[in-house]
Design a protein around this ligand. Structure first.
Ligand SMILES: Cc1cc2nc3c(=O)[nH]c(=O)nc-3n(C[C@H](O)[C@H](O)[C@H](O)COP(=O)(O)OP(=O)(O)OC[C@H]3O[C@@H](n4cnc5c(N)ncnc54)[C@H](O)[C@@H]3O)c2cc1C
Length: 266
């Protein structure tokens, strides 16, 4: 779509050029930005010219994925025995309603920054305790993705900040993962995505996305009982309502999947 309010598209080549005037927004794959009117946007700051490596294996055994890593690059990260939870990547990428055009240009950073409940990469990042690295031109901070996404199209990213990278800790990548997703139609937008992870120390993490307005992460020191799990889900009050599912259906499916995952990880 033509963005008729946009007066300039800038392609920074270094961090020092990552400046944002009022009305300027980061441009990544552009698959959402160019898909609808953006009346308040006057400048696009194209992050893809910064040349960030799509991903790097960290010396501490973790994985750093640049915000500009595309979905296609993400699914090509080679499997490693010490990262069994990487099996979640294709499941989460395919959980997006993605055409081949989106697959090759959409980025992990754009998906998380957009903060749609059906953000499959938000599902991945919250399930694996990923921490977001945010940059301004001269400062940086880190925040767990579970705390970065605040609600539907709402994040803790401030104007002038960009999501630089996602840090996936080694302990989470080493966990055993279980995945469930449902949509109202076979190729429909996710109604709920529930992901469980059991770590080497037996701690269990359950992330609920798609069915809730923001990521909900439940943590247990070990495998929870049926009652403990149900009680934890009782505490969720952000069940999402849109054309892709009613809140009561989303809650019912999420409860069912969480219990299935509890048994699978037991
Ligand atoms: C047919 C179709 C189906 C879709 N299905 C889904 C779906 O099922 N689930 C879903 O979540 N999305 C969906 N989308 C929306 C979109 O394609 C994806 O969310 C995609 O991952 C966005 O990534 P992008 O790199 O193209 O982001 P862009 O379109 O470039 O940017 C998206 C937003 O994030 C901001 N942004 C981008 N990168 C950064 C950064 N590094 N730091 C800070 N802000 C940043 C931009 O300013 C913009 O506000 C769909 C879109 C289409 C057209």
């Amino acid at each position: 779509m033509d963005l008729i309010s946009v007066r300039a598209v800038r392609v920074p080549r270094s961090r020092g050029e990552l400046t944002f005037a009022p009305g300027a927004v980061p441009l990544a794959g552009g698959t959402w930005l160019y898909s609808e009117r953006q009346d308040d946007v006057t400048e696009l700051v194209d992050l893809t010219g910064l040349g960030w490596e799509p991903w790097t294996a960290d010396p501490d055994g973790g994985l750093t994925v640049s915000a500009t890593c595309t979905l296609a690059e993400l699914v090509r990260i080679p499997a490693r025995p010490e990262w069994p939870a990487l099996s979640l990547i294709p499941l989460c990428v395919n959980s997006l309603l993605a055409s081949f055009k989106i697959w090759n240009t959409a980025t992990i950073g754009g998906n998380i920054a957009l903060a749609l409940p059906a953000g499959g990469l938000t599902s991945l990042a919250t399930a694996l305790d990923a921490v977001a690295e945010l940059w301004t031109v001269d400062s940086e901070r880190r925040i767990p993705v579970a705390d970065l996404v605040l609600g539907v199209r709402r994040t803790a990213i401030e104007h002038g900040e960009v999501l630089r990278a996602l840090h996936f800790p080694a302990a989470a990548l080493a966990g055993r993962a279980a995945f469930r997703r449902i949509a109202l139609s076979p190729l429909g937008r996710a109604g709920t995505v529930v992901i469980g992870r059991r770590d080497a120390d037996d701690a269990v993490t359950l992330s609920l996305t798609g069915g809730t307005e923001r990521p909900e992460v439940l943590r247990f020191a070990g495998i929870p009982t049926v009652a403990q799990l149900a009680a934890a889900i009782d505490g969720i009050d952000t069940w999402y309502d849109d054309a892709h599912g009613s809140p009561d259906w989303r809650e019912a499916m999420s409860r069912r999947f969480a219990e299935e995952i509890r048994r699978e990880l037991s």
